[in-house]
Design a protein around this ligand. Structure first.
Ligand SMILES: *Cc1c(COP(=O)(O)O)cnc(C)c1O
Length: 493
C-alpha cells in the first residue's frame, strides 16, 4: 500500500480567512461580554437550565463547520443565560469569587499570548515570579520563600502536604514510596477542616485514617490541648506525627485556629505546619483583621486562593513554601529534554516552575492577578475585604433583630449562618423547612446562599467574597427569608 499523494492538497490553518470579518465578530463578543457584566444586577441571581436547552447539548460531534458566528450564537443561547451566578451581587454560596471586568480582559490577553508557563525565558515567567512576591508580601510571609500558582486551594493543599510528606519522611520517600515507611505517618486538622485536605491525604497515599480530626471549641477553633493529647497518644502507639494543618477561615463559619500556638507546637514537636487559608489567609490584607492570621507567617506552607477573596476569575490558587530548597526537593525532576539553567537561549535564565509542582504545561494565570493589582492597587483589595466583613456583621445584626430568624454560629469573618424558626415545629420539620426555603430563594433568583448543617441544625449560609454586594442586598435577603419562611410555615403547619 502506498501513501496517497497529498502534495496537491491546499494547506489549512485555523486562522480566519477574513480577518476583518473576524475582528468585527470579536469586537461584538467583547461588547456583549461587557454589557453582560454591566447589567448583571438586573438579572436573577440564578436560574435553572430549561430542558429544551439541555437537549441541545446532546448534539453529536460536528464534522463540518458551523462557522464562528453560529458557534457564538449557540453560546449566547445555550450557555450565557444560565450562569452559576457567582458574578451576581447576591451570590454568596459556598466560597466563590466574582472576578472583575479588568481581570476578565486580562484573561483574554493571556489567552491571546497563550504561553506555556513551564519555565522558559519569557515575560510571563517574570509576571508569575512578581505575583508570587506580591502574594508573600500580602500575607506577611518571608520574601525568600518559594511558591507556585496553581488552579485552586485544593491543589495548593495537595502540594503543601506533598512537600510536608516528602520532606518529613524518615527516609527517601520519593524513591521508595510510602509503603517503605517504618511507622505510619499521621497528620492533624480540626473537625472543621475543608474536605480537600482529606482528599489530599488520600491522594498522597496516606489514607484518610491518617488524618486525625481534632475537636473544636464553641468558636469552631481547634482544641489545641486535644491536639497535644492526640499527638502524644499516636507517638505512644508507634505512629509518626509529621504535620498539623491549621485553618485560617473554616468553610462553615470562617473560624481561625490559633495559628501562633500551632506554629509553636509544631516547632516543639518537629512537625510540618501547613495552613489552609483558602479565603481566610487574605484577612492579612485588612489591618483590623490581621490579628486573626497571627502565626501564619511561621507556617512551613500556606495554601490560599486568588479566585475567592481576591476576586480573580477562575482559576487561580497559590501555594507558598517557607523553604525554597524543600519545595524544590519535593518535586524537582529534570530529564535531558528539559535541561535548563545554562544561562543562554530560551531554556536559559529564569525559574522553571516545573521543578516546584507536578504540572509541566501551565497556563498564564498570573497575568490577571498582576494587571488587577496594578490597576486597582492593593489598598482597594484591603478595603473590599474589610467591606465584606463589615457586611457580614450587618447581616448578622439584621438576622439577630428578626425573632423568626436564628443565627447558628458566631460570625468572626465573612460568613453568616442562620435559619428560619417557627413555633410549634420540631427539629426535623425545621430542617426540612429550611432546605425548602434555601431552594426557593435560589430558584426565584432572589439570591444564592448555600446550605449548612451546624450541630444537627440545617440552615442557610452566606459567605461574602463579592465586591458587588451592597447593604440593600442583605436587607432584601433577610426580608425575603422571613416572608417566604412565614408562607411555608403557614402552608406546612
Ligand atoms: C474553597 C476552599 C478550599 C478549596 O479551594 P478550591 O479553590 O475550591 O480548590 C479549601 N479550603 C477552604 C477553607 C476553602 O474554602
Amino acid at each position: 500500500m502506498t501513501m496517497e499523494d497529498r502534495s496537491g492538497v491546499p494547506e489549512e490553518t485555523l486562522d480566519p480567512e477574513d480577518w476583518q470579518a473576524f475582528r468585527q465578530l470579536a469586537h461584538r463578543m467583547v461588547d456583549d461580554a461587557l454589557t453582560y457584566l454591566e447589567t448583571v444586577r438586573e438579572r436573577p441571581a440564578w436560574q435553572p437550565v430549561p430542558e429544551a436547552v439541555r437537549r441541545r447539548f446532546r448534539e453529536p460531534l460536528p464534522a463540518g463547520p458551523q462557522g464562528a458566528e453560529q458557534a457564538y450564537q449557540d453560546f449566547l443561547e445555550q450557555v450565557l443565560p444560565y450562569p452559576l451566578g457567582n458574578i451576581h451581587p447576591r451570590f454568596w454560596g459556598w466560597v466563590i469569587g466574582t472576578g472583575s471586568p479588568l481581570s476578565t480582559m486580562a484573561e483574554m490577553l493571556a489567552a491571546a499570548m497563550n504561553p506555556n508557563v513551564a519555565g522558559p525565558e519569557q515575560g510571563a515567567n517574570y509576571v508569575e515570579a512578581q505575583v508570587l512576591d506580591w502574594c508573600k508580601e500580602m500575607l506577611g510571609y518571608p520574601p525568600e520563600a518559594s511558591g507556585l500558582l496553581v488552579d485552586g486551594g485544593s491543589m495548593a493543599n495537595v502540594l503543601g502536604l506533598a512537600v510536608a510528606r516528602n520532606v518529613r519522611a524518615e527516609y527517601d520517600l520519593r524513591r521508595r514510596g510510602l509503603c517503605a515507611s517504618p511507622r505510619p505517618m499521621v497528620l492533624y486538622a480540626s473537625r472543621e477542616v475543608h474536605s480537600s485536605v482529606q482528599k489530599a491525604t488520600e491522594l498522597l497515599g496516606l489514607g484518610s485514617e491518617a488524618l486525625r480530626l481534632i475537636p473544636v471549641n464553641a468558636g469552631f477553633e481547634m482544641d489545641v490541648d486535644a491536639l497535644e493529647s492526640a499527638i502524644a497518644a499516636d507517638r505512644a502507639a508507634g505512629a509518626y506525627p509529621f504535620c498539623v494543618v491549621g485553618c485560617a477561615g473554616t468553610v462553615n463559619t470562617g473560624a481561625f485556629d490559633d495559628l501562633e500556638r500551632l506554629a509553636d507546637l509544631c516547632r516543639r514537636e518537629a512537625m510540618w505546619f501547613h495552613v489552609d487559608g483558602a479565603f481566610g489567609a487574605l484577612a492579612a490584607l485588612a489591618p483590623d483583621l490581621r490579628p486573626l492570621v497571627r502565626g501564619m507567617e511561621q507556617a512551613d506552607s500556606v495554601a490560599f486562593d486568588l479566585h475567592k477573596w481576591l476576586y480573580m476569575p477562575y482559576e487561580a490558587g497559590c501555594i507558598l513554601v517557607h523553604s525554597e530548597e524543600e519545595h524544590r526537593r519535593a518535586f524537582s525532576l529534570v530529564p535531558d529534554y528539559l535541561a535548563h539553567g545554562t544561562g543562554r537561549g530560551l531554556a536559559g535564565g529564569s525559574t522553571w516552575w516545573t521543578e516546584y509542582g507536578p504540572q509541566l504545561s501551565r497556563g498564564f494565570r498570573a497575568l490577571k492577578v498582576w494587571m488587577s493589582i496594578k490597576a486597582h492597587g492593593i489598598d482597594a483589595f484591603r478595603r473590599l475585604i474589610q467591606q465584606n466583613v463589615d457586611q457580614a456583621r450587618t447581616l448578622a445584626d439584621l438576622v439577630d433583630r428578626e425573632p423568626e430568624l436564628e443565627r447558628l454560629a458566631p460570625a468572626p469573618l465573612n460568613i453568616v449562618c442562620f435559619r428560619y424558626v417557627a413555633p410549634g415545629l420540631d427539629e426535623a420539620q425545621l430542617s426540612a423547612l429550611n432546605a425548602e426555603l434555601l431552594a426557593e430563594i435560589q430558584e426565584r433568583g432572589i439570591a444564592v446562599p448555600s446550605n449548612v448543617l451546624i450541630g444537627g441544625k440545617a440552615g442557610l449560609r452566606v459567605a461574602i467574597t463579592n465586591h458587588r454586594s451592597r447593604r440593600e442586598d442583605f436587607e432584601l435577603l433577610v426580608r425575603e427569608a422571613v416572608r417566604l419562611g412565614r408562607e411555608m410555615a403557614a402552608a406546612g403547619g
